[in-house]
Design a protein around this ligand. Structure first.
Ligand code: HEM
Ligand code: HEM
Length: 236
């Protein structure tokens, strides 16, 4: 494992610096942006009743769309940055972005963790970062879905904006992929929201549960970066 423990708990267990500051900053900026994207995206799909008065005066839907597009762009830049960091950051920064899918040991770990979650087998394995099953689920259910939301979101944005580079790079190819039907892109972007909502609910439940049951710093590790390392199993 590339990362070296550099501190100890009072009980003499090594502490490992798991999540570097850029990953932590990205996590919380991304989580805030996605929460605002849920609220504003839901309102775009199920708009509130019209208000009295001149729309340009209260600008209600204008603000909803403005917040959605701003957070969407923050999320898009964040994803690009997070990919970049998986190349220059520590061992743990690669885990969910570029999992070791060619390693047999990784897939064995995925199977063993799946059995353990299904209560079919007891797992005594310890991982400092994410376990192989968590890596695989975050890779598919978060990374792929996030990229899908950014690509379809930018395609819809380029459609509203008109000719320009966003239209050329995203709107044209995405519309082609969805049978030249903008409504289908809206619908899939909408489905993506519910996939992401399910991910976030399960993710927060798992983080809180693991924090209590593993008696290790799980939630605070995404704040301070440090985690206690007992005897550890490498993932690949
Ligand atoms: C987790 C991230 C996101 C969620 C949950 C989300 C959710 C939604 C939802 C539910 C809609 C309404 C779709 C409909 O029923 O017609 C929508 C529309 C839209 N979203 Fe997103 N979105 C996300 C990311 C993005 C990103 C990254 C962008 C890119 C800038 C974006 C741009 C748009 C645009 C342009 C529309 C259409 C607005 C309109 O027609 O007025 N979204 N979004
Ligand atoms: C929209 C909301 C959220 C999203 C999309 C999200 C997404 C993610 C992702 C993608 C990771 C992996 C980070 C990496 O390895 O690069 C992660 C890790 C983590 N998140 Fe979140 N998160 C959200 C909210 C939260 C909240 C509210 C909490 C606290 C209760 C939380 C606690 C954590 C913790 C503790 C980890 C590290 C887990 C571990 O090492 O097993 N997250 N999150």
């Amino acid at each position: 494992m590339a990362s070296t423990p550099v501190d100890d708990t009072p009980q003499g267990e090594p502490l490992v610096y798991v999540y570097e500051a850029p990953v932590r900053l990205w996590h919380w900026v991304n989580a805030t942006a996605i929460t605002l994207l849920f609220v504003t995206g839901y309102l775009i799909g199920s708009p509130p009743p019209s208000l009295n008065g001149e729309p340009s005066a209260h600008y209600l839907f204008g603000w909803i769309r403005f917040i959605h597009f701003s957070c969407g762009q923050i999320m898009a830049v964040g994803i690009i940055f997070r990919f970049y960091w998986s190349f220059v950051g520590n061992y743990f920064s690669r885990e969910i972005i570029r999992p070791p899918v060619l390693s047999r040991k990784f897939w064995k770990g995925v199977m063993l963790e799946t059995k353990s979650y299904a209560l079919a087998e007891h797992s005594s394995r310890r991982y400092v970062g994410h376990n192989p099953l968590a890596i695989l689920s975050m890779h598919v259910l978060f990374v792929w879905v996030a990229v899908f939301m950014v690509v379809t979101g930018l395609a819809l944005y380029g459609e509203g904006e008109g000719p320009g580079w966003i239209h050329t790079v995203f709107t044209g190819p995405v519309l082609l992929l969805f049978g030249n039907n903008s409504l289908t892109v809206h619908t899939w972007h909408h489905f993506g929201m519910w996939a992401m909502v399910i991910f976030v609910l399960v993710h927060i439940y798992a983080a809180v549960r693991e924090d209590i049951l593993s008696r290790e710093a799980i939630i605070t590790s995404m704040i301070s970066g440090w985690r206690k390392a007992r005897k550890v199993t490498p993932i690949d």
